[in-house]
Design a protein around this ligand. Structure first.
Ligand SMILES: Cc1ncc(COP(=O)(O)O)c(C=O)c1O
Length: 483
């Protein structure tokens, strides 16, 4: 039976008259549906009776109903009246409005996180117990800034076995994640007189900011169908910055030839392709010829699904490449544990830039060392790889069935995919998703402000964050959002 207005339970703050009346009614009803106060399937009063209840013109109600039917919140069928739509729906781009409240999203598909619910608590506790039981007294004092020797030894073995890194413990510096590593390297480079670091056209703004914070400029390399193109670096620097916007608001373009380059060679973040093999060789060759330095961000190198992982670039020339790794994707970002494998000439400068004492907790370092040497890390990564691979497969299958017009790229590895969108639609899709309680990132936020190529419309969809039981709901919400 249709509800009368009195029993509908919808709070209305309508303007007394004028064009605001229809909009106010539409907003109030939409809000009631979105927040669940009007449950799916609820039959609404007829426009005639609602108009009479509210003392407004029937046309105003009919128009508000029609707007909401067009947006997909309501359905109208001959004989069954106007009802709240059964499915989560997405308004068309033109009708997107800001959400009223800024709560936690129901689903979070932003990239950058592993499945935190799958953190191996029991195994970690076991490793922590063993580590603490066998820790020497000295481990509880102020530590050496290089990091615990147990962890550096364990990492050297793991990284050379799994990532092809040339990793002597003496070259390893433990840090609080890759971002901390970049802060240290930024200080070292600046102190050595470097002014500009080449970066990728797509990447993490936070990392560019860290380099800017150290007084360095960032200059984006072109990006084409083969991925990041280091040709400019290799063949001759032509100047890159149009606006300087990417460089802390400075208006002066960076004329200086970069003497370092920050890359994500195994899995370009966020576009997803590995650095083309000719380009890998060319970058290393550039560094050798010019005395340049390559900063290799290997944030998720363990997660490759269709083939063997792409080995680290650092293996090609350990004296010209700094390898940066992290526990943020394989375990959890909250651990704040990362590592750098440095050319010998940089080790002491980097340790000094980190500070006089170790700023990374000794017990967590010892626990990670134990986790690595006991084989628990390998087991955890294997299980996680399988889980993410299944999620990726479910994403690809759902898109093929429910949004075949949307192409997913960068899916061979990692914890995220890039979904290409029709030109001009990214912003409205992200807004509409946000409004539906689905947190999504558009590709634009990862584009360097000075990048020269035309912007692409796309979503960067992380599939690490939702716990397993939330994944199919998150997929439904995503597919409902896609144009
Ligand atoms: C490209 C890239 N590098 C590195 C990281 C990890 O940074 P950190 O080790 O500081 O947590 C991330 C995490 O999102 C990332 O996306």
């Amino acid at each position: 039976m249709a509800k009368s207005w009195a029993t509908l339970g919808v709070d209305l703050h309508l303007e007394p008259a004028g064009p605001g009346l229809r909009r106010g009614l539409t907003d109030a009803l939409r809000d009631a549906v979105r927040t669940g106060r009007l449950a799916p399937g609820t039959r609404l009063p007829s426009s005639r009776s609602l108009a009479a209840d509210l003392g407004i013109a029937r046309n105003t109600v009919a128009d508000a109903y029609a707007d909401l039917v067009a947006e997909g919140w309501l359905t109208a069928r001959q004989g069954s009246g106007t009802r709240v739509a059964e499915r989560r729906v997405v308004p068309s781009a033109g009708t997107v409005r800001r959400p009223r409240e800024r709560g936690r999203p129901e689903y979070d598909l932003r990239p950058g996180f592993p499945d935190l619910a799958a953190f191996p608590r029991t195994e970690w506790l076991r490793a922590a117990r063993r580590a603490l039981t066998s820790a020497p007294y000295e481990a509880l004092g102020y530590g050496d800034p290089h990091g615990r020797p147990e962890l550096r030894t364990a990492l050297a073995g793991y990284l050379s076995r799994v990532r092809g890194v040339h990793a002597d413990p003496e070259r390893i510096l433990v840090c609080g994640g890759i971002s901390h590593g970049l802060r240290i390297l930024g200080a070292v480079l600046r102190a050595r007189g470097v002014g500009t670091v080449a970066v990728e056209s797509y990447g993490l703004r936070a990392h560019w900011k860290i380099l800017h914070g150290a007084g360095l400029r960032t200059a984006p390399l072109p990006f084409d169908e083969l991925g990041t193109d280091p040709g400019q670096l290799v063949e001759g620097w032509g100047g890159v910055s149009r606006s300087g916007e990417g460089n802390c608001g400075s208006a002066t373009p960076p004329a200086e030839r970069p003497r370092a380059v920050l890359l994500t060679p195994a899995h370009q973040f966020p576009m997803g392709s590995p650095l083309h093999r000719d380009r890998r060789a060319a970058v290393v060759d550039w560094a050798r010829r010019t005395g340049g330095l390559v900063l290799e961000d290997d944030y998720d190198g363990e997660f490759r699904y269709d083939r063997q992982p792409v080995g680290a670039l650092q293996g090609l020339d350990p004296d010209r490449v700094v390898y940066l790794g992290t526990a943020s994707k394989s375990l959890a970002p909250g651990l704040r544990l990362g590592w750098m494998v440095l050319p010998p000439t940089l080790v002491e400068e980097a340790a000094a830039a980190k500070g006089g004492i170790d700023t990374c907790g000794a017990l967590d370092q010892l626990t990670l060392a134990e986790f690595l040497t006991s084989g628990a890390y390998d087991r955890h990564v294997r299980a996680a790889r399988l889980r993410y691979r299944r999620r990726r497969d479910a994403l690809v299958a759902a898109l093929a069935e429910r949004a075949p017009q949307v192409r997913a790229t960068g899916i061979a590895a990692g914890l995220h995919a890039v979904l290409r969108l029709p030109p001009g639609t990214e912003r409205s899709v992200v807004q509409a998703a946000h409004w539906q309680g689905l947190a999504l990132d558009g590709l634009t936020r990862y584009r360097h402000p000075d990048a020269l190529a035309d912007p692409l419309d796309a979503l960067v969809v992380g599939y690490g964050t939702p716990p397993d039981h939330g994944w199919s709901g998150a997929l439904d919400a995503l597919c409902a959002t896609l144009p």
